[in-house]
Design a protein around this ligand. Structure first.
Ligand SMILES: *[C@@H]1O[C@H](CO)[C@@H](O)[C@H](O)[C@H]1NC(C)=O
Ligand SMILES: *[C@@H]1O[C@H](CO)[C@@H](O)[C@H](O)[C@H]1NC(C)=O
Ligand SMILES: *[C@@H]1O[C@H](CO)[C@@H](O)[C@H](O)[C@H]1NC(C)=O
Ligand SMILES: *[C@@H]1O[C@H](CO)[C@@H](O)[C@H](O)[C@H]1NC(C)=O
Ligand SMILES: *[C@@H]1O[C@H](CO)[C@@H](O)[C@H](O)[C@H]1NC(C)=O
Ligand SMILES: *[C@@H]1O[C@H](CO)[C@@H](O)[C@H](O)[C@H]1NC(C)=O
Ligand SMILES: *[C@@H]1O[C@H](CO)[C@@H](O)[C@H](O)[C@H]1NC(C)=O
Length: 393
């Protein structure tokens, strides 16, 4: 009798214990949450079980609060039977030293692939302990969170610090909402972009704080319909479109709205950078209602972008360029730490067209006269700081 009862108890635990109220708690799949044990297998097992459950109701992977889970590189794979939520109340850490990372097939740390309907929400922190990677070359450094081939992705509340490379990379996704997140890495950490977007459509990023060693947000080719609002960026290299046209690539970026955002002690503010010898376009790009706090290069278009160790396509260097058109910089105010408030360094082959600079009130920190630099720009401005000869080509 007792044995029967025990069996019944055990079976019902298997049945109901794992899935409390639709939650798949990683602790029930063997995760320790002590910050030292490798919990990767438990996370993947919890995910697979949840993902395979296809009754159509939204499922939640629960990362409980008050605990820290050590994860090696891993992938959460879709498609899943239902929409998924990752409730991130607890914290996630990488091994503190790069030598403790196991060999893995994916170059990135936590990767979400082919998932339709995913929400990541919670107050948890992800710490990539990236500093031991920062002297490595870029291709040996993993991105903390990568999202590939996804639809309907929501990310909210979480914090990511010290990623070995980019904090969040969004590639080939449609309908992405990112809000109330925090991304931090030291000013001097290399390539620690906050959010890197490529081949993705209908993305909104709002109410977030990003301070890293590289671009706060980088929009690469294939970024279409992107809204960025109420983002505080700094330190970092600003919000960048590009770089585009690397190695003769055909770029395609359009419909980008960056509004009500702040650049705080960044090395650039609103930036578009393209390589010589590229093709394609960057068009319909608006930066509006921007606050500049002691930042360098608040407004910059550079169609002659160069980066050490990389190059444009030499053979096409004098015959092609990414076309830049319909770009508006409206209502910029604040202070710059260098005297150059506007740099529009456009291409002789493909001048920048329909560039509008309105309501620009940026002053230098020390009260010195500010300067602007224009070449090959067609456009107009209502601001007295932008003289008419900026648009002489
Ligand atoms: C994402 O969030 C928005 C607004 O909160 C909501 O309408 C949408 O259904 C969410 N998407 C998913 C996949 O949960
Ligand atoms: C941006 O993300 C894409 C896709 O994940 C990646 O291939 C690319 O190398 C990233 N760029 C940088 C500068 O990290
Ligand atoms: C993006 O949003 C637009 C407008 O809502 C919609 O027409 C389009 O299908 C969406 N997806 C892509 C891939 O453009
Ligand atoms: C971007 O903002 C515009 C204007 O508010 C809105 O019509 C559009 O739907 C937004 N797109 C996304 C992807 O949030
Ligand atoms: C700008 O950054 C400094 C630190 O460098 C910080 O103290 C200040 O609060 C920030 N300002 C805003 C408006 O975020
Ligand atoms: C520009 O900003 C400064 C500082 O906020 C302010 O004193 C000045 O009146 C502004 N100028 C214009 C033309 O708005
Ligand atoms: C534009 O870029 C070229 C190539 O990097 C450089 O030589 C030139 O000085 C730049 N012009 C301005 C106005 O910044």
């Amino acid at each position: 009798m007792e044995i029967v009862l025990r069996v019944v108890f055990f079976v019902s635990f298997l049945y109901f214990g794992f899935v409390r109220g639709g939650d798949y708690n990683v602790l029930d799949f063997g995760a320790k949450g002590d910050g030292e044990t490798d919990d990767s297998k438990a996370f993947v097992k919890a995910w697979k079980t949840m993902c395979g459950d296809d009754d159509g109701n939204t499922k939640t992977l629960l990362i409980p609060s008050g605990q820290t889970f050590l994860l090696q590189s891993l992938q959460f794979h879709g498609p899943c039977g239902s929409s998924s939520v990752v409730q991130m109340n607890g914290n996630i850490v990488a091994p503190v030293d790069k030598r403790a990372w196991l060999d893995n097939k994916t170059p990135n740390w936590i990767v979400f692939v082919s998932i339709n309907g995913l929400t990541i929400i919670g107050v948890g922190t992800i710490n990539g302990f990236g500093s031991s990677f920062w002297e490595e070359t870029i291709d040996k450094r993993p991105t903390a969170l990568e999202f590939r081939n996804c639809n309907n992705l929501n990310i909210s509340g979480i914090t990511s610090i010290d990623s070995p490379r980019n904090h969040i990379s969004i590639n080939n996704c449609d309908k992405v909402m990112i809000s109330n997140i925090q991304l931090f890495a030291p000013e001097k950490s290399p390539n620690t972009d906050g959010i890197n977007i490529s081949f993705s459509t209908n993305v909104s990023i709002s109410n977030s704080i990003i301070g890293t060693g590289d671009d706060c947000i980088a929009l690469k080719t294939g970024s279409v319909n992107i809204n960025i609002t109420e983002v505080v960026c700094g330190p970092g290299h600003g919000i960048s479109i590009g770089s585009l046209g690397d190695n003769g690539q055909k770029a395609k970026v359009q419909n980008v709205h960056v509004t009500h955002s702040t650049f705080n002690k960044t090395t650039n503010g609103a930036r578009i950078k393209t390589w010589q010898g590229g093709e394609g376009y960057a068009k319909h790009i608006y930066f509006e209602h921007i606050t500049i706090i002691d930042a360098m290069n608040p407004i910059i278009i550079d169609q002659q972008y160069k980066d050490k160790g990389r190059h444009g396509l030499e053979s096409k260097k004098n015959s092609a360029d990414v076309a830049i058109s319909n770009v508006k910089f409206i209502d910029f105010r604040g202070t710059t730490s260098n005297e150059k408030i506007i740099t529009l360094n456009c291409s002789k082959i493909k001048p920048c067209k329909n560039i509008v600079l309105n309501d620009i009130n940026i002053t230098t920190m020390n009260g010195e006269k500010s300067t602007i630099d224009c070449s090959s720009v067609v456009g107009n401005s209502d601001s007295s700081v932008v003289t008419a000869d900026c648009f002489k080509i």
